[in-house]
Ligand binder design. Structure first.
Ligand code: AMP
Length: 212
């Protein structure tokens, strides 16, 4: 099964992908995580991506299409953060066709910009396992450390206010049109993201069961 999570930054795509991985033995393909790993390793790709990411801009399509091409195989995949432009979505469709695969469904998690800004600006991520916390809404048990693996928590550089505005602008101008793209293909279901993450998860499961 190939499942795609669509939505602005901060709507909870990563959180949902992690629970889906755990409960359904699926594999999260987070292009943001892939890029951050390249940055941490100091590779050429990482160096190139860093400037785009920290400014809140999208990494060029050709790079992203190359990255996703290497991930497609027979595992059950959850696409988190890809595609982010129509060009990526179209290239993705062609790749799937060549591999004789299909995207089973797309979950669009919707959330008001104001709530997104609040979520992103207090977000803290575990450097070790990627779990996210929030300084107000989902505090870790011990300040600065992950509840799951005791890893160190940090604020992503692109979760600073200047980058957040740019990321949201990019979402509205470049990524949001994908809702219409997948709606036309009749594989998109929208879910309200302004709920507890366990409620959002239940809704995703309902959609998945409905498609079985
Ligand atoms: P994320 O962790 O999904 O919020 O991604 C962090 C950053 O990585 C984004 O703000 C972009 O700069 C970059 N990025 C991740 N996925 C993509 C993509 N599919 N296309 C372009 N840039 C991406």
């Amino acid at each position: 099964m190939y499942l795609m999570l669509l939505g602005a930054p901060g709507v909870g795509k990563g959180t949902q992908a992690k629970v889906l991985e755990e409960k359904f033995n699926m594999t999260q393909v987070s292009t943001g995580d892939i890029l951050r790993a390249e940055i941490a390793k100091g590779t050429e790709l990482g160096k190139l991506a860093k400037s785009f990411i920290e400014a809140g801009n999208l990494v060029p399509d050709n790079i992203m299409i190359g990255i996703i091409g290497k991930e497609l195989d027979d595992r059950d995949l959850i696409f988190d953060g890809f595609p982010r432009t129509l060009a990526q979505a179209e290239a993705f469709e062609m790749m799937l066709e060549k591999l004789n695969k299909k995207l089973d469904f797309v979950i669009n998690i919707s959330l008001d910009d104001k709530i997104i800004v609040g979520r992103l600006s207090g977000r803290m991520i575990c450097r070790n396992c990627g779990q996210s916390f929030h300084l107000q809404f989902a505090k870790p048990k011990v300040d600065g450390f992950c509840d799951l693996c005791n890893g160190e928590l940090y604020q992503r550089p692109d979760d600073r206010p200047e980058s957040i505005t740019e990321r949201l602008n990019n979402y509205h101008s470049k990524t949001k049109p994908l809702i219409n793209f997948y709606e036309k293909k009749k594989i998109l279901v929208s879910i309200d993201g302004d709920k507890d993450s366990s409620e959002v998860f239940k809704e995703i499961v309902k959609v998945m069961k409905g498609k079985e």
